[in-house]
Each structure stands twice: as structure tokens, then as C-alpha cells.
Write a protein that binds this ligand. Structure first.
Ligand code: DOR
Ligand code: ZN
Length: 371
């Protein structure tokens, strides 16, 4: 069992949202945050940022641009470019991250954090995923940065997959936990670490049993798809992402963790737009674009698990607490419609279409527009 008995938050939720014995058809939550998001740059940024900014209060913005966001100055400039596309959403806050390289300067990281410009550093093992070529090969080389981060309480967001070609792609997260994460936690025990987009029961168990400075984000899509969705009945490039979805038992472990109310688990959509032409190709890119329908998808999963009362903790409370930030001071309302919602199939950009995640089931929970 991951969860606990009803706590005061849960009771408050019930009082607000449940008329006795009637099905819940309206749900008011503190405004969600997305603790792992790809916004890209240029035309793609312009096309996608509103899909997040219209629903979310804050988002941890991934730094894997080309070239990556590696310095305090890069992060400041990228933040300004994002904000320039958020005119209609003045309350949306992009929370910036730096991309850890073997030459990252610890003093620049500390200065960026202390100036409030960044909220985390992202560790990509070199070659693990999209635009990770500048990532880390020799973990000893980044130790001074990790020590400095531990000292100031700055979280490390980890892409938890080994890149060893001899390790099966479906085992890369579990092997990363043994070979990299466990030694890293032992070497820098005070470092706050987030295992990003956890995809395995092994990852869930590791995080649940770790100390209070370890957490995991869970994506929307990994709550819906297992590896059959990608590979059975024809290859489905729009379900391909990294870490790749695993067996059904792992998906069930993720659903249990997300809906459990355990404080270690919170939403990081990993919404990762790529042009359809880049995904529907002989060598298709990893990434699933979930920003437009994420909250409808999540409400569906939580309702199916009889856990709507835990949705706010997952989307709006646990992540902020882990990052040492207050929860949002405003709310959103989701309303359950009688008819299935119709989402667009794709989002248009100046360079082509980006397919929106098809979760495979009808969705009924709709976010009410911002007033
Ligand atoms: O599927 C993914 N897409 N996983 C990642 O780690 C990176 C992301 C991207 O940037 O497209
Ligand atoms: Zn990502």
C-alpha cells in the first residue's frame, strides 16, 4: 500500500467537492503545476506554450534546446523568450533549469539559483534521449556542482536511464537505479533528487523507500500506455517516448503511485512536442505531446481508480512542497460533461503539425476556461 488514511486535506476536499452520495461532476483544485515540460523555442514555442499556460500555474522547463541552456545567462534569455509568448497568461511562471554538462561551473549554478533564475538542474546521461549529446559521461566530473547544489537545496532532475548499448532498452531505468542513482545518493546524500518520468515498478519502489529528499515525476502518458500500445498491431510513433513505456505491470505500479497520495510522486507531464514529420520517420523522435489534454486525462485515471480526492495532491501540492514553493493561490475547476470531449488531433505550428496524445478512451472531464 502506498497511500494512507484520509488526512485533513482529504477531508477538506470532500467537504468542498462531494455532495453526499452523489457522483462527483465538478472538481475544484488549486491550480496545477507541471514539474517537467518541454517548450522548445522559436515557432514551436510560439505554438505550444498556451496549451500549458492556459491551465497550469508554473512549469519546470527542460533545458534540452539546441544548443542547450547551460548558463545563468542562457536561462534568463530563454525565460524572456517564453514570457514573450505568454502575454495572454500573465500569471503563468516558467521555472527555468540548467542543463548539466561536464564543464558546468558550480558558481554560475549557485548564482542562478540564488538570483531566483533557476529552480533545478537537469542531468541527462550523454546520449540517453533527445538533445542529450552534451550530457554527462563521467559522473565524477559533475561532483563539485552536485555538492554545491546539495548545500543550497537546489534539486537535481534526473533522466534515469543508462546508455550502455548492451543494456536492453526496457531495463535501462532499473539498471540506472543500481549503477548510477544508488551510488549518487550515497555520495551526495543531502542532494534533492527527482527521478523524472519514472516508468517502472522498480523506480516507484526505490523512490517510495528513499528519504525525504527523493521524489519522482510521473507523466500523463505513462499512466495510459504500456509497450503494447507502441508495438502491437503496427508501430505507433506517437506513443514512442523515452523512457519507453514498459509492461502493463509497470503501468499499474505508476497508476498506484500517482493515485496513492504519497508525497514523493507528482505530475511532470514530459509533454514533448515534435513535428509529425520528425516522428513519422524511419528514425522517429522520442516524445509525446500531452499538454492540451493532460488534465482531462488525469481526471479520467483518478476517477477510474476512485481517487479523485488525490488528484489535487498529485497535480498541485506535492511538487510545490518538494521544490520548497507554496501551492498556487488560485484554483481551476474541472467539470464532468455528459458527452465525450473532442480535442483537436494536432496542433499547428509554422513548420507543420504536432499530434496531440490520444489516450485511447473517451474523456469527459473538461477544464473550465480561465475567467
Ligand atoms: O520522450 C522524450 N522526449 N523523452 C525525453 O527524455 C526527452 C523528450 C524530448 O525532449 O523530446
Ligand atoms: Zn523530458
Amino acid at each position: 500500500m502506498l497511500g494512507g488514511a484520509a488526512d485533513p486535506d482529504e477531508i477538506e476536499f470532500m467537504e468542498h467537492n462531494m455532495a453526499a452520495a452523489e457522483p462527483i461532476t465538478s472538481l475544484t483544485l488549486r491550480r496545477p503545476d507541471d514539474w517537467h515540460l518541454h517548450l522548445r523555442d522559436g515557432a514551436m514555442l510560439a505554438a505550444v506554450v498556451a496549451d500549458t499556460a492556459q491551465h497550469f500555474g508554473r512549469a519546470i522547463v527542460m533545458p534540452n534546446l539546441v544548443p542547450p541552456v547551460v548558463t545563468r545567462a542562457d536561462a534568463s534569455a530563454y525565460r524572456e523568450r517564453i514570457l514573450a509568448h505568454c502575454i495572454g497568461y500573465p500569471k503563468f511562471q516558467p521555472l527555468m533549469t540548467l542543463y548539466l554538462t561536464e564543464t558546468t561551473d558550480a558558481s554560475d549554478v549557485v548564482a542562478a539559483a540564488q538570483a531566483g533564475i533557476i529552480h533545478a538542474v537537469k542531468l541527462y546521461p550523454a546520449g540517453a534521449t533527445t538533445n542529450s549529446a552534451s550530457g554527462v559521461r563521467d559522473f565524477d566530473k559533475v561532483r563539485p556542482v552536485l555538492d554545491a547544489m546539495a548545500e543550497i537545496g537546489l534539486p537535481l532532475c534526473v533522466h534515469g536511464e543508462v546508455t550502455d548499448p548492451s543494456v536492453d532498452i526496457f531495463d535501462r531505468e532499473a539498471v540506472f537505479i543500481d549503477r548510477v542513482l544508488t551510488p549518487l545518493r550515497a555520495a551526495v546524500p543531502d542532494l534533492k533528487v527527482i527521478l523524472e518520468h519514472v516508468t517502472t515498478a522498480d523506480g516507484v519502489d526505490f523512490v517510495r523507500d528513499a528519504g525525504s529528499n527523493m521524489a519522482a515525476t510521473i507523466t500523463t502518458h505513462h499512466l495510459f500506455i504500456n509497450r503494447n500500445h507502441i508495438l502491437a498491431g503496427g508501430i505507433q510513433p506517437h506513443y514512442y517516448c523515452l523512457p519507453v513505456a514498459k509492461r502493463e505491470r509497470h503501468r499499474l505500479a505508476l497508476v498506484a503511485a500517482a493515485t496513492s497520495g504519497a508525497r514523493q510522486f507528482f505530475l511532470g507531464t514530459d509533454s514533448a512536442p515534435h513535428l509529425d514529420t520528425d516522428k513519422q520517420s524511419a528514425c522517429g523522435c522520442a516524445g509525446i505531446y500531452t499538454a492540451p489534454n493532460t488534465l482531462s486525462c488525469l481526471a479520467h485515471v483518478f476517477e477510474a481508480e476512485s481517487a479523485l480526492h488525490q488528484l489535487e495532491a498529485f497535480t498541485s501540492l506535492h511538487g510545490a512542497a518538494f521544490y520548497g514553493l507554496p501551492p498556487a493561490d488560485d484554483t481551476i475547476t474541472l467539470v464532468k460533461r455528459d458527452e465525450a470531449l473532442v480535442f483537436p488531433v494536432s496542433r499547428a505550428t509554422a513548420n507543420g503539425e504536432v499530434t496531440i496524445f490520444d489516450c485511447g478512451v473517451p474523456l469527459y472531464w473538461e477544464v473550465e476556461p480561465r475567467p
